[in-house]
Design a protein around this ligand. Structure first.
Ligand SMILES: *[C@@H]1O[C@H](CO)[C@@H](O)[C@H](O)[C@H]1NC(C)=O
Ligand SMILES: *[C@@H]1O[C@H](CO)[C@@H](O)[C@H](O)[C@H]1NC(C)=O
Ligand SMILES: *[C@@H]1O[C@H](CO)[C@@H](O)[C@H](O)[C@H]1NC(C)=O
Length: 254
């Protein structure tokens, strides 16, 4: 119990739902609950702690093997983590974990692409030092509203990235990774850069067995919405997933 900060939910087979929540009043510690579904009744069966501190959460269901994948990251740690969860009787148990990407990651979103694969898209910040990270969700809004000049002392300490005081840093990127799930493990596979810029609010959908459309906001460009076609999702070779550089039109699909 406590103030829920972020939530994610996904079905696990026909009889269960996995509901995960980061609890603000417990330092954003994140727990996933196995809920049994029977008619209109939900019963809390068991729970597993997946993270001590999460600011971004996303979950998706996979059919074969029957798993829920949950990925999370926070404002401070380097890289996103994913867990594969399964039901074992009334217990929710971990069936693998993987660390994805090697920079400060934010705004992650998961979507299924096949019975045993999922697409994870996220923003990876450029090579920022700890000093140069934004520390509030609202930084980009505040910066756009002129707060960096109105209130520089506060803003430069909390929102150095959005206020552009880290002049030597690389640009943030939007990236997508294919995740593969087996009975006992979860692996991060091919990855692709879908955007150069501060990338957030991802939404993805598979459109063909091998292809997904990925849409996001780019706040480097006044939060313009952009979409990319990503393909190669069935391959398991790095660099096989690619993104169109321009419109997500039919010509983007090989
Ligand atoms: C749900 O069940 C788990 C395990 O039995 C328990 O730790 C947790 O407190 C329960 N949650 C609620 C809200 O009852
Ligand atoms: C991740 O999986 C490994 C085994 O593959 C296990 O030893 C480790 O405890 C797991 N880590 C977490 C944080 O669950
Ligand atoms: C993208 O699509 C829009 C609308 O169809 C069009 O106006 C624009 O020229 C296209 N951009 C490129 C680079 O093809």
């Amino acid at each position: 119990m406590g103030t829920c900060w972020m939530q994610a939910i996904a079905s696990l087979g026909s009889a269960h739902v996995v509901a995960c929540g980061a609890v603000a009043t417990q330092g954003r510690a994140t727990t996933c609950h196995l809920l049994a579904v029977s008619g209109s009744t939900l019963t809390n069966q068991s729970a597993v702690r997946v993270s001590e501190q999460a600011d971004f959460l996303s979950a998706t269901s996979l059919a074969s093997p029957e798993r829920v994948v949950i990925c999370f990251s926070d404002w401070q740690t380097v890289s996103a983590e994913c867990r594969s969860l399964q039901a074992s009787g009334d217990e929710l148990v971990e069936a693998g974990n993987v660390t994805v990407d090697s920079g400060v990651t934010r705004y992650l979103s998961l979507s299924p692409v096949s019975s045993d694969r999922a697409l994870l898209c996220l923003e990876r910040q450029g090579p920022l030092g700890e000093q140069c990270m934004d520390r509030r969700l609202q930084c980009e809004y505040w910066a756009a509203a002129g707060e960096c000049t109105i209130n520089p002392k506060f803003m430069d300490s909390l929102c150095p990235h959005s206020c552009g005081v880290c002049t030597t840093v690389g640009l943030s990127q939007g990236r997508c990774h294919v995740l593969g799930v087996s009975e006992t493990s979860i692996e991060a596979g091919p990855e692709v850069v879908v955007n150069d810029g501060i990338t957030w609010n991802f939404a993805m959908a598979r459109v063909e067995s091998d292809t997904a459309i990925v849409c996001f906001s780019d706040s480097t460009r006044r939060d313009a919405a952009r979409c990319r076609t990503v393909w190669g999702l069935r391959e398991w070779l790095p660099l096989q997933a690619r993104a169109c550089t321009e419109n997500a039109s039919a010509s983007c699909v090989p």
